[in-house]
Design a protein around this ligand. Structure first.
Ligand SMILES: NC(=O)N[C@@H](CC(=O)O)C(=O)O
Ligand SMILES: [Zn+2]
Ligand SMILES: [Zn+2]
Length: 347
C-alpha cells in the first residue's frame, strides 16, 4: 500500500507547553489533528477550571488562521484539588479529563499526588461524574528499578483504585509494557490506554547503543523488544481500548542535551507519519484508522471527525531542529534522518 486515506486523527495526549514553545509546536499538532487532549503539566500546573480556560485561549491564539483545531482541556490533580473543582470541571464543555501524576514521576510532576491511594474523595467524584482519569502509571519508589516502575504501579496503585471505584473511567497513558497491555485487556471497557509512536517504533537500544541519545529519553522509558512487540500487537489489533496519544513532549535542545537531560520526545511534527511507519512494519496499515481516528472519540464519547487525511509513501527529510525563540531550538525525534510517509489534510 503506497497511499492510505483515513478519517482525520485526534491526539489523546499532547504537551503544547506555553509562551514561545506553545507558539512553536501548536501549529504542528493542529495541522494534523482536529482535537487533542492537552496535558496540564505547565509550571505552575493547570489546576482549576479558570486556569484551563485561560490556557485554552492561549492555545487558540497560537493556532494559525483558518485551521479548525479544538483543544480538549484537562486539570492537573493535586492534593489540594477540591471535589467542587472536579464537579465544575465535569460540567464544563471544554474540560474532558483530569490527570493524575504521581509526585516526582515525570517532567513537571512535583505538584502531583504523593499517595494516589489517599485521594478517594476525588476519585469518588470522578466516578460519579464520568470524567475520565488519565494516569501517568509509574511508581516513584526509589527501590524500584526504572524499567519496572510501570508494572509495579499496576499492582500497587491501579488495581486497588479500580477495585475501589467500579465506575471510574480511566486511561493508562503512554503504556510501555506487556504487563500494561495485559492489564488493560483484563479490564472492562471503562479502562483504555494510549500508545505513543516512539514506543511502537523503538526499544531501549535506540537510546543506549552506540552512544547515549537524549532525544530518545522519555518517561516511561523505552523498554526491551518484547514489550515493543506487545505494544505493536495491541495498537494494530483494532481493539477499541487502544488509541493514539503521541505524548509529544517538546523541550529545548539545551535542556535535552545536558548532563541531566529532561524526559520527553518531540514527535508532534510528524505524528501520523511515525504511526504509519509502525503499522506498516507489521503489515497492519488497514488498522491505522481505528487507532488514530475511531477508538479515541468512542472512549471520550465525542463524534468521529468528518475530514479525511492522506498518507503517501514518500521519503521525507527530517530537519535537524526547529526554531523556538532567540537561540533556542527544538530537536525532533529522528532529527536529520528521514521518514517514510508524507501527510496531507484533504479539504
Ligand atoms: N513523557 C515525558 O517524558 N515527558 C512529559 C511528561 C509525561 O508525559 O510524563 C513532559 O511533559 O515532558
Ligand atoms: Zn506521563
Ligand atoms: Zn505526556
Amino acid at each position: 500500500m503506497n497511499e492510505i486515506v483515513i478519517r482525520q486523527p485526534d491526539d489523546w495526549h499532547v504537551h503544547l507547553r506555553d509562551g514561545a514553545m506553545l507558539k512553536a509546536v501548536a501549529p504542528f499538532t493542529a495541522k494534523q489533528c482536529h482535537r487533542a487532549i492537552i496535558m496540564p503539566n505547565l509550571v505552575p500546573p493547570v489546576t482549576t477550571v479558570a486556569e484551563a480556560m485561560a490556557y485554552r485561549d492561549r492555545i487558540l491564539a497560537a493556532i494559525p488562521e483558518g485551521i479548525a483545531f479544538e483543544p480538549l482541556m484537562t486539570l492537573y490533580l493535586t492534593e489540594q484539588t477540591t471535589v467542587e473543582e472536579l464537579a465544575a470541571a465535569a460540567a464544563n464543555p471544554h474540560i474532558h479529563a483530569v490527570k493524575l501524576y504521581p509526585a516526582g514521576a515525570t517532567t513537571n510532576s512535583d505538584r502531583g499526588v504523593r499517595d494516589p491511594l489517599s485521594i478517594d474523595h476525588l476519585l469518588g467524584e470522578l466516578a460519579r461524574s464520568g470524567l475520565p482519569l488519565l494516569v501517568h502509571g509509574e511508581v516513584v519508589d526509589p527501590n524500584i528499578d526504572i524499567f519496572d516502575r510501570e508494572a509495579v504501579f499496576i499492582d500497587r496503585v491501579l488495581t486497588p483504585i479500580l477495585n475501589r471505584f467500579p465506575d471510574l473511567r480511566l486511561v493508562m497513558e503512554h503504556i510501555t509494557t506487556t504487563q500494561a497491555v495485559e492489564f488493560v485487556m483484563s479490564q472492562s471497557e471503562r479502562v483504555a490506554a494510549t500508545i505513543t509512536a516512539h514506543h511502537l517504533l523503538y526499544n531501549r537500544n535506540a537510546m543506549l547503543v552506540g552512544g547515549i541519545r537524549p532525544h530518545y529519553y522519555c518517561l516511561p522509558i523505552l523498554k526491551r523488544e518484547t514489550h515493543r512487540q506487545s505494544l505493536l500487537n495491541a495498537a494494530t489489533s483494532g481493539h477499541p481500548k487502544f488509541f493514539m496519544g503521541t505524548d509529544t513532549a517538546p523541550h529545548t535542545q539545551s535542556s535535552k542535551e545536558s548532563a541531566c537531560g529532561c524526559a520527553g520526545a518531540f514527535t508532534g511534527y510528524a505524528a501520523l507519519e511515525l504511526y504509519a511507519e509502525a503499522f506498516d512494519e507489521v503489515g497492519k496499515l488497514d488498522q491505522l484508522e481505528a487507532f488514530t481516528s475511531l477508538n479515541g472519540p468512542r472512549f471520550y464519547r465525542l463524534p468521529i471527525n468528518e475530514k479525511r487525511v492522506r498518507l503517501t509513501r514518500t521519503t521525507t527529510q527530517v530537519p535537524d531542529s526547529f526554531p523556538v525563540e532567540d537561540n533556542q531550538h527544538l530537536v525532533p525525534l529522528r532529527a536529520g534522518e528521514s521518514i517514510a510517509w508524507q501527510f496531507e489534510l484533504l479539504e
